[in-house]
Write a protein that binds this ligand. Structure first.
Ligand SMILES: Cc1ncc(COP(=O)(O)O)c(C=O)c1O
Length: 477
């Protein structure tokens, strides 16, 4: 049956329902089958091009056939970032109401640009931003917006900092040698010359060395540079380390410099008591970026930028346009497009709001705490295992470790070789995925635990596999 006439891009209600039901079935099966599924699948370009390349078809194809092809030949070739034993990079594990919220907002065709165009989701964005304001411990003056992610939040934070400083000619930005590449890119976009992005040495605990920060700022001022912003990690991607937020806030206050906290990874631990303690001082920062698509169980893209004085955002980003003159609703009815770089915006608040409404904060808090607790247990496992060595203090959900039997006397090169082999074997042979990092030049295995479906069994099995494969590799030496 032809589902639509030529030139007509609509579908019959029956065809729409059938297609949506099949899509839902595919997703529910996928999500419920994750525990037994592979953690990763990928394909070389040649293979994919053969199946998926070619010109756009002139004629129609049955919609279900297209859906099945996408589900079979496109979507599976990906990391299962929501697999309970996916511990690589920064995983994510969206809740079903969050997934459906993205579907609904696409179907309702929401553009959360201005109050006039979407008051419902603008109100939700105010609500969700206010939740985050409370979790950070910010005053009433604070506000923000939802962004595509931590990268966009970093750009917007540094542009706001630049404008607040009066757009100086020779700006410099400071961040630790553990900071994310997203912050460096953001500084470049905000107009900071690459040589004026100062990477401040971190200590053995991978936290910013305050004496070094102070020295660099003084040196730059003497050279005529204008320190624009200091960026703190909470936590860093490699080790989860949290910079000394209180000391950095003291320093920035003294120096009159904007303090931005990149809490893309760790920010949502603020919903727990442990997290509040760990991130103490964050409320003194001028801005905070945090990603709900990481430790708050939302589908991509769900970042946020919070600014202690929301006026700074609107001063930096609100630019009128004749064609939008009808969209000025008035006081207390913000146009979120005036707070950041995007005009057309998806309704990101809907997913956060729907999933929190559905499960409640008690469950969300417990799910975040689960990641913290499992990382702690993983640390104990590594510390008590004679074959493994802990490579960094365990912070938030990140555990850095390697195969290195006590009193082995192996040099760094040999250890890297051993651990690379272990990593590759886990990748190909085990139903688990994790990645590596470089800790001041030393190769380290790294697991990042934040999935709400991950259990101790999942973590233990993965660590057991590392020990077993590590012993195999050592036996081959
Ligand atoms: C610490 C940190 N900052 C920034 C980013 C970039 O965030 P996004 O990928 O959401 O743009 C990440 C991503 O993993 C991160 O871990």
């Amino acid at each position: 049956m032809q589902e639509s006439e030529q030139g007509d891009l609509r579908m019959t209600p029956q065809a729409m329902r059938r297609l949506a039901a099949r899509a839902a079935e595919i997703l529910v099966d996928r999500i419920n089958g994750l525990q037994e599924a592979k953690t990763w699948d990928g394909e070389f370009r040649d293979g994919l091009e053969e199946q998926l390349g070619g010109s756009p078809p002139e004629g129609a194809r049955p919609a279900e056939e297209v859906l099945e092809q996408a589900a079979r030949e496109v979507l599976p070739f990906a990391a299962r970032l929501d697999h309970p034993r996916f511990f690589g990079f920064v995983p994510s594990s969206p809740t079903w109401p969050g997934v459906l919220a993205d579907f609904l907002s696409a179907g309702f065709n929401i553009n959360s640009c201005t109050w006039l165009v979407s008051s419902g989701t603008s109100q939700l964005e105010l609500v969700v931003v206010d939740w985050m304001r409370g979790w950070i411990g910010y005053p009433e003056t604070a506000g923000g917006l939802l962004t595509s992610g931590g990268s966009a939040a970093s750009v917007e934070a540094l542009v706001a900092a630049r404008e607040a400083a009066g757009h100086p000619d020779l700006p410099a930005v400071y961040m630790s040698d553990q900071s994310h590449s997203a912050l460096k890119r953001a500084a470049v976009i905000a107009g900071v010359r690459r040589e004026n992005i100062r990477l401040v040495r971190s200590g053995d605990d991978f936290r910013m060395d305050m004496a070094e920060l102070s020295r660099l700022v003084a040196e730059d001022r003497a050279k005529g540079l204008r320190p624009l912003a200091v960026c703190a990690n909470a936590g860093s991607a490699s080790t989860g380390s949290i910079d000394p937020l209180g000391a950095m806030a003291d320093f920035c206050e003294r120096e009159g410099v904007w303090l931005h906290v990149d809490a893309a990874y760790g920010g949502f631990v603020l919903v727990t008591d442990d997290g509040k303690e760990l991130l103490d001082g964050i409320e003194r920062a001028d801005s905070v970026g945090m990603d709900a698509h990481k430790w708050f169980f939302q589908p991509y893209e769900a970042g946020a930028l919070m600014v202690k004085n929301v006026q700074h955002l609107e001063k930096a980003f609100a630019i009128g346009h004749d064609v939008l003159q009808d969209t000025v609703w008035g006081a207390n009815h913000p146009n979120f497009a005036d707070r950041g770089q995007q005009l057309s915006r998806t309704a990101r608040a809907l997913k956060i709001w729907m999933s929190v409404q559905t499960f409640g904060m008690v469950s969300f808090r417990a799910a975040v705490q689960n990641g913290l607790d499992l990382a702690h247990r993983a640390k104990e496992y590594v510390e008590s295992c004679p074959v493994l060595e802990l490579m960094a203090p365990v912070s938030l959900g990140v555990v850095c470790f390697r195969v290195n039997p006590a009193a082995g006397g192996r040099d760094e090169e040999t250890l890297e070789e051993i651990n690379r082999k272990v990593l590759v074997r886990v990748f190909w042979d085990e139903l688990a995925f994790f990645s590596s990092t470089s800790l001041k030049g030393a190769f380290s295995l790294r697991i990042c635990i934040l999935n709400h479906t991950t259990t101790w069994e999942d973590v233990r099995k993965t660590l057991d596999a590392v020990v077993r494969l590590g012993q195999d590799v050592l036996a081959e030496e």
